[in-house]
Design a protein around this ligand. Structure first.
Ligand code: AMP
Ligand code: ZN
Length: 124
């Protein structure tokens, strides 16, 4: 059983959310407040607060997580897209359970995807 937090929104979603894609250890959901025509979040079931703690994942899990990001993009119909992680509050992170943003869906390419995901990003 992966490490979970009782009071964590994304731990709950990983257990019982409405997924666009799911595999052992990972789920992908639509972002509730999309910043692009397609905006999906990849959430590992294993709770770590931020990408800073990615070393808590073993090598197999880390590889699988990257593959799952690519698989999810393909599954939601994207060939061109952006993958982004906000790390820490001043970088725009609002949910402290590691998650990957996949943004895309502009006509033909990723060209229409906005350059910011969170307003705080502009302050970096
Ligand atoms: P971040 O700001 O990088 O931590 O990203 C958190 C993301 O989670 C934001 O884009 C929110 O719109 C999204 N979000 C928050 N609550 C939910 C939810 N219940 N279901 C789907 N997405 C959510
Ligand atoms: Zn969590």
């Amino acid at each position: 059983m992966p490490k979970q937090r009782k009071d964590c929104l994304f731990c709950s979603i990983a257990r019982e959310g409405a997924y666009v894609h799911k595999a052992k250890g990972f789920v992908a959901i639509n972002d509730i407040n999309p910043k692009a025509p397609v905006h999906v979040l990849v959430i590992p079931e294993h709770h770590v607060d931020t990408f800073r703690d990615v070393g808590d994942f073993d090598a197999r899990e880390s590889k699988r997580m990257l593959e799952f990001v690519a698989e999810t993009a393909e599954k939601v119909g994207l060939t061109d897209y952006r993958v982004l992680i906000n790390v820490g509050a001043s970088a725009g992170q609002t949910v402290f359970h590691l998650h990957w943003h996949i943004l895309g869906g502009g006509p033909g390419s990723g060209a229409d995807v906005p350059s910011t995901v969170a307003t705080a990003e502009a302050e970096l």
